[in-house]
Write a protein that binds this ligand. Structure first.
Ligand code: HEM
Length: 401
């Protein structure tokens, strides 16, 4: 495409899919946001209209009557990727399935997991502590949410190591664009879920407490969920919950290792941690965009959209928009409007697991700093991030023992 504007929007060519030095994507995102209110990015075959400023992104999440998740990521608009539930549903179908799932992710349900989540977190930290160093991403930041995921499904945490091997293989194959590798790893995971679901069919537990039993017994308009749908829900929770939490922890610990005053503040006053978690989510959003596909021609804040257009909802650009947040590049635990960040999206598809994610991050910050208050990034480390959905391949940390 050689045009300089597309339906009135300046055309941008920024590629958000590569690997880059840490924080580079935020620079590119901030830069695009300040160029124009709306851009048309032509780096994918369908291109996408970029909503970048806080008010526009927030409004965009509310256009769910006509913008659907037929495209989930503006950067991967055509991937015939695995079906996901509830993401792929829209309208009333989506509402009905969310109603079934929400009860396990509501604040009260998540609070019930707290003692177990805390105990598991302490065990993992105690295991790592004597070594005086670790790759925080590989040895902790993925291990902990994996165990929490199994616990959420009512599966034994002792399967964590095996499960992690499969999910690692799966994520790596997906990232490397290796469909054969992804299919093999996925088959092991689906087989594991299949056995777990069959076990609950044979031995149901209390559906108020046990998510798999509830899914097995649930009816939507009098029709039970199929085995395939239940397995897809399990896979979706894995895909949506593990990598995101791992990446959030990676970015948070990079920050804390490099900002002694911020680290000291939460050590001195751990009651600041819930607010610090929100500010970290605002400052380092890893799901930096969500995609939508326009289903009917419409005008959106001056842009003429047509059926089939792809829209980019710029989550990170909104969270770092100086029109909304003063000094947006700074970590400020006392920021008055921090709770208005949109790291978990908005509208009906807002993150199902957000309360669980918050709980996990809070517990890790509390328990880690009680045991390992001083740590640093291993000198000489070159920190890098992967695009599409931000993640760090490694974060080597060391501390005195
Ligand atoms: C820091 C961690 C996390 C972040 C930043 C995050 C972010 C997001 C965002 C931005 C969306 C909305 C996507 C869209 O509108 O298209 C979303 C959706 C979702 N998230 Fe999360 N997430 C996190 C953790 C989790 C966890 C722990 C789980 C579950 C175990 C989870 C499950 C989901 C599901 C199922 C959806 C789809 C909801 C729907 O379509 O109705 N997420 N997440």
């Amino acid at each position: 495409m050689t045009e300089t504007t597309h339906r009135g929007c300046p055309v941008a060519h920024t590629d958000f899919t590569g690997t880059a030095p840490l924080y580079e994507h935020y620079k590119m995102l901030d830069n695009d946001r300040e160029q124009a209110r709306f851009l048309f990015n032509d780096t994918t075959d369908r291109g996408f209209f970029m909503l970048q400023r806080y008010d526009d992104v927030r409004d965009g999440f509310q256009q769910h009557d006509t913008w659907t998740t037929a495209v989930r990521s503006a950067l991967r608009p055509n991937t015939a990727s695995d079906p996901l539930l509830p993401q792929d549903l829209n309208g009333q179908e989506h509402v009905k399935l969310r109603r079934i799932l929400n009860q396990f992710f509501a604040p009260a349900a998540v609070r019930r997991m707290e003692p177990m989540a805390q105990q598991r977190c302490i065990e993992l930290i105690e295991e790592l502590k004597p070594a005086g160093s670790c790759d925080f991403v590989a040895e902790f930041a993925i291990r902990y949410p994996t165990d929490m995921f199994l616990a959420l499904l009512g599966l034994p945490v002792s399967d964590g190591e095996q499960f992690l091997e499969w999910s690692d293989e799966y994520f790596s194959a997906l990232l490397a664009g290796d469909p054969a590798g992804a299919t093999t790893a996925k088959a092991s995971i689906m087989n594991y879920f299949d056995e777990a679901v069959n076990e609950r069919r044979a031995n149901p537990r209390d559906p108020k407490e046990d998510m798999v039993t509830r899914l097995v017994q649930a009816r939507i308009d009098d029709v039970p969920l199929t085995q395939d749908e239940i397995l897809t829900i399990c896979l979706t929770l894995m895909l949506a919950g593990l990598d995101t939490t791992r990446s959030a922890l990676g970015f948070i610990y990079t920050h804390l290792a490099q900002h002694d005053a911020d680290r000291q503040a939460i050590i001195d006053d751990p009651t600041l941690i819930p607010k610090a978690v929100e500010e970290f989510l605002r400052l380092y959003p890893l799901v930096f965009q969500a995609g939508r596909e326009v289903q009917e021609p419409q005008e959106f804040n001056g842009v003429e959209l047509e059926k089939g257009d792809v829209v980019w909802l710029g989550i990170a650009q909104a969270n770092r928009d100086p029109r909304k947040f003063d000094n947006p590049d700074e970590f400020d635990v006392n920021r008055p409007n921090v709770n208005q960040h949109i790291a978990f999206g908005g509208g009906p598809h807002r993150c199902l697991g957000m309360h669980l994610a918050r709980l996990e991050l809070k517990i890790v910050l509390e328990e880690w700093h009680k045991r390992i208050p001083e740590y640093r990034i291993t000198p000489g480390t070159e920190l890098r991030e992967r695009g599409v959905q931000l993640s760090m391949a490694a974060l080597p940390l060391e501390w005195e023992v």
